[in-house]
Write a protein that binds this ligand. Structure first.
Ligand code: PMP
Length: 421
């Protein structure tokens, strides 16, 4: 018996909006096949019909380039695109829409800051403080910025159970620290980091904070204004939206002082043969034709998430995470990466004694269960934990306790197979 007795969200009704979740895999002649259990949501989520339809509608009825034409269709598509920006701004508590920049994903958002803010503000000997649990997208751009500017990248250590050692934070936060870049939620450990406290302490020490919110915005309430975040990045495809669109939120005074990241159309006020004058926000950072339809799709995804309610989503995922810990503990030989369910998001990474993560993922796939195996773009974290790979089950509000229990049963079976070997 597990502690989760009843899903409070009407998950069956919700799942009807996601046709892909009804997929039956591995059906061969004479066999029924197995239902898909999609537990790879930290990599990317699925999208409901409403989001797909919103994009079909644009292509069929409203599509033209934005901010360009002096014609009816262009006005329509510009209105929808800017409406989507407004939905994003409201969803994350941004004081204005100009501070919400459309990029092509969280990776681009972080690179934008590392290039633009980094090159203009970092100098030899300055320090950029990351943590040992960062995704490569929040490591490599800073290593590149450090290589260009002579700054130094440092890593705040984590505890053995995958939490930040905040008691060491002040030690790592030196007068040379110019920026702290931290994931709000780790994509491997699921750890929910105390971002508010990190920002307050970094600000007190004179450093700015870049929040990698790729794994937090889709699952928990985010209020950039209450957090006092300087920069915050996330991707549309991890929150029911399409690929190819992401967001960079930034404080107005910081964004206005930053040189444009990329040059091209739209990001200029004026161009002459001897130079250019950049545009106001947000166009200043949106060179070229933006991801018009993906942005509108992201707006529709936010509309869908709002009808479910972000707090209900978080509660549901917490229940699934508790169930996952119970059933995986019962398997025996499972090492959890990261803290107990109360301190994490719906991400459960683990290793199983004597079985390689890739074998686990492959054998789970035969049962229709989709998980991720490998280093999950977090090689320094895996090294810190003394392993090279792990398996990761990650949930969203459309997952059921039944699916998590199937994961437990399938792992028991895998353990039996490997014991026999
Ligand atoms: N940061 C974290 C914590 C992530 O999990 C991811 C995606 N795995 C990214 C950044 C990068 O997101 P994207 O690949 O969508 O740019």
């Amino acid at each position: 018996m597990t502690t989760a007795t009843k899903d409070q969200l009407d998950v069956e009704r919700i799942r009807a909006d996601f046709p892909i979740l009804a997929t039956i895999l591995h059906a061969k002649a004479g066999t029924a096949g197995v239902p898909l259990a999609y537990l790879d949501n930290a990599a990317t989520t699925q999208r409901p019909r409403q989001v797909v339809q919103s994009m079909v509608d644009v292509y069929e009825k409203h599509y033209a380039n934005v901010h360009r034409g002096i014609h009816w269709l262009s006005d329509q598509s510009t209105d929808l695109f800017e409406e989507a920006r407004g939905k994003v701004a409201a969803f994350i508590g941004s004081a204005s829409t100009e501070q919400v920049i459309f990029t092509h994903g969280a990776t681009e958002s972080i690179n934008l800051v590392a290039r633009s803010w980094g090159d203009a503000n970092l100098k030899s000997g300055d320090e950029i403080l990351l943590t040992e649990m960062e995704h490569h997208a929040n490591i490599v751009p800073w290593q590149q910025a450090a290589a260009r500017t002579g700054a130094v990248v440092r890593f705040l250590p984590i505890t053995d159970d995958g939490r930040l050692t905040l008691d060491k934070f002040d030690e790592y936060l030196t007068p040379r620290t110019k920026l702290v870049a931290v994931a709000a939620v780790s994509n491997v450990l699921g750890t929910i980091n105390p971002v508010q406290e990190i920002i307050a302490r970094a600000h007190a020490a004179g450093a700015l904070v870049m929040v990698d919110a790729a794994q937090s915005v889709p699952h928990t309430k985010t209020d950039v204004t209450a957090l006092d975040a300087d920069f915050l990045a996330f991707s549309g495809h991890k929150m029911l939206g399409p690929t190819g669109v992401g967001i960079l939120y930034g404080k107005r005074e910081l964004l206005e002082a930053m040189p444009p990241f990329m040059g091209g159309g739209s990001m200029i006020r004026r161009v002459t043969t001897s130079g250019f004058e950049p545009a106001e926000l947000p166009a200043r950072f949106e060179a070229g034709t933006p991801p018009i339809v993906p942005a509108i799709g992201l707006g529709a995804a936010i509309g869908y998430l709002n009808t479910i309610g972000i707090d209900a989503i978080h509660e549901h995922e917490l229940r699934l995470t508790r169930v996952a810990h119970e059933v995986l503990t019962a398997v025996g030989g499972v090492r959890f990466l990261g803290p107990d369910p109360e301190h994490k998001s719906g991400i459960v990474s683990f290793t199983l004694e004597k079985v390689h993560a890739h074998d686990i993922a492959q054998l789970l796939d035969r049962q229709g269960i989709a998980v991720r195996a490998g280093h999950h773009c977090a090689m320094p974290l895996h090294k810190r934990l003394g392993i090279t790979a792990s398996s990761r089950a990650s949930f969203y509000f459309y997952n059921t306790t039944e699916e998590v229990e199937r994961l437990g049963r399938a792992l028991e079976e895998i353990k039996r197979i490997f014991r026999r070997k």
